[in-house]
Ligand binder design. Structure first.
Ligand code: SF4
Length: 230
């Protein structure tokens, strides 16, 4: 059997992931400013600690304006459970101030009217906002077809052979996003994460149980070790 090329692997894996995990329900669209704050809290921590820090922030402050103008040490203490709290407090306040300086108000609604690439460029010039953070906000909040490439999406897509192992995270965002049909970017993102959490785990993938192993480059090159993965 000739092996599928990158696009073929993407299409085939997307269909099988849908068959296995289904089509995820669309999420409620959070407020853009609050979504941005949450994403800045999420760096280098797990979802649980990010959520605890975010909830502490919501309890302590009544509005994004209050967060922007808060005493920085107090803000850092409030979000300390997220780790790197001094850096994150600075990034959050600097980002909020940058939005006000550039837009005249603490409001991101204008992003709705930008093209995907304009919106990405605008968000990525904010302090601490890289390609993944920008894509999370654009996809989950604005419903744009941006592909956030987190650790699971990056690992699983490289193992399958959709993108090369050596591809940078920045390029992975643009390439995976460009290859995936716009209307299925959210679904594919969510399903790759589900697969990465349950079967294609780091550091040891459960290849013998995987419904993608016949199209997976990693499996084909490590098949001799298959018994180790049972
Ligand atoms: S065959 Fe193994 S490496 Fe490939 S996607 Fe499945 S679990 Fe991951």
């Amino acid at each position: 059997m000739s092996m599928p090329g990158d696009t073929e692997r993407l299409t085939e894996s997307m269909e099988r992931l849908r068959e296995h995990y289904g089509v995820p329900e669309p999420q409620d669209r959070p407020d853009p400013i609050l979504s941005l704050i949450k994403v800045l809290l999420s760096h280098n921590t797990n979802d649980n600690n990010r959520d605890r820090a975010y909830n502490a922030l919501m309890e302590r402050y009544d509005s994004p304006e209050e967060i922007m103008n808060a005493d920085r040490d107090e803000l850092a203490n409030t979000i300390s459970v997220a780790g790197l709290h001094n850096i994150k407090a600075g990034r959050i306040q600097d980002t909020l101030h940058t939005i006000v300086e550039q837009r005249g108000e603490l409001n991101l609604d204008f992003v709705h009217d930008l093209s995907l690439s304009e919106a990405k460029d605008w968000l990525k010039q904010l302090p601490g906002v890289g390609p993944k953070s920008a894509a999370v906000v654009l996809n989950f909040t604005f419903g744009k077809s941006a592909m956030p490439v987190d650790t699971h999406v990056n690992r699983v897509s490289k193992r399958i052979g959709i993108i090369p192992e050596s591809m940078s995270l920045d390029d992975a965002h643009d390439v995976l996003e460009g290859m995936t049909p716009e209307e299925r970017v959210y679904e594919y993102h969510i399903n790759l994460i589900k697969h990465g959490r349950t079967i294609c785990k780091a550091p040891t993938p459960h290849c013998s149980d995987c419904f993608l192993n016949d199209i997976c480059r990693y499996y084909q090159t490590h098949e001799d070790e298959a018994d180790m993965w049972k």
